[in-house]
Structures are given as C-alpha cells and as structure tokens.
Design a protein around this ligand. Sequence first.
Ligand SMILES: Nc1ncnc2c1ncn2[C@@H]1O[C@H](COP(=O)(O)OP(=O)(O)O)[C@@H](O)[C@H]1O
Ligand SMILES: [Mg+2]
Length: 140
Amino acid sequence: MKFKYEVEGGNFAKAGNASSEVKKIMKQLNVPPPIIKRLVVALYEGEVNVVAHAWNGSIYLEIEPDRINVKIKDNGPGIPDIEQAMQEGFSTASQAVREMGFGAGMGLPNMKKNADQLDITSEIGIGTIVELVIFLNGEK
Ligand SMILES: Nc1ncnc2c1ncn2[C@@H]1O[C@H](COP(=O)(O)OP(=O)(O)O)[C@@H](O)[C@H]1O
Ligand SMILES: [Mg+2]
C-alpha cells in the first residue's frame, strides 16, 4: 500500500496534517499502537521540518508486510552539516518559528530514536531527502 502527501513550507497551520492522516490509516490497519506511536512521532518531526525549514515537500509512505517505509523529500535550502543537525538542541529556526513553539532542535534526534533506520541526504540549495524505516515486528 502506498500513500503520498504534500507539505507546504511555512504553513504551520497545516503542520501535522499528514501525520494525523497516517495515524488514522495505521489504526484502521490495526498496526500495534507502540509502532503507530513511533511512526507518527518520527513522521511528525519530519513533516514539521519541511514546514519550518524548506519550501515544500512530499511524503511517501509505503506499507509492506514487515515494515513501513517513509520518504520525505523537500525542495529547500538543504542541510549543510547533517551530523551537526542531528545534535540535540541544534536549531537554525528563526525567532518567529520558536515563538510558535517549534525549533527546540529535538526533531532529528527524536526521529533517530523512534525509527529503526534513518537516512538523510541533502543537497545545498536543492533540498533534503529523509528516509526512515520502522519494522512491524517491533525491533525497538
Ligand atoms: N528539511 C530540512 N531542510 C533544511 N534544514 C533542515 C531540515 N530538517 C532539519 N534541518 C536543519 O536541522 C536542524 C535541526 O533539526 P531539528 O532537530 O528538527 O530541530 P528544529 O527543527 O527544532 O530546528 C534545523 O534547525 C535545520 O537547520
Ligand atoms: Mg524540527
């Protein structure tokens, strides 16, 4: 089963909409709640990162018998130093974004914690691709 969602950069009012949709679908498919929780937390952080840091993006979700694959691909500024971006508390979010309650610098570390696999590739001035995998046998 495959799903695709579009994400608008800068639109904080809609941030989390795709993650909520995915949560509904997972419940309908009777995916175990702890797995849904990990997926939705990781996906939500990825979705918010597109809203906060990129221009627009797409989320591709694929459900396989033993795993859920998520790919978040954006058009955006890219991440110059991925290792630095992965550090807890590191954030380039603007003051305005922080005032809306985002930009704690915990998104990528949380994605790492919740996903079984996380892979980030980025090209400066082009965009970022975040791929994450969650195994349905509950590896974590
Ligand atoms: N999709 C993205 N495009 C560009 N930069 C990003 C993206 N995702 C994350 N980043 C960079 O990595 C940093 C850390 O991300 P994260 O841990 O989610 O913290 P936060 O979003 O709270 O700043 C961001 O501040 C930003 O500099
Ligand atoms: Mg973030």
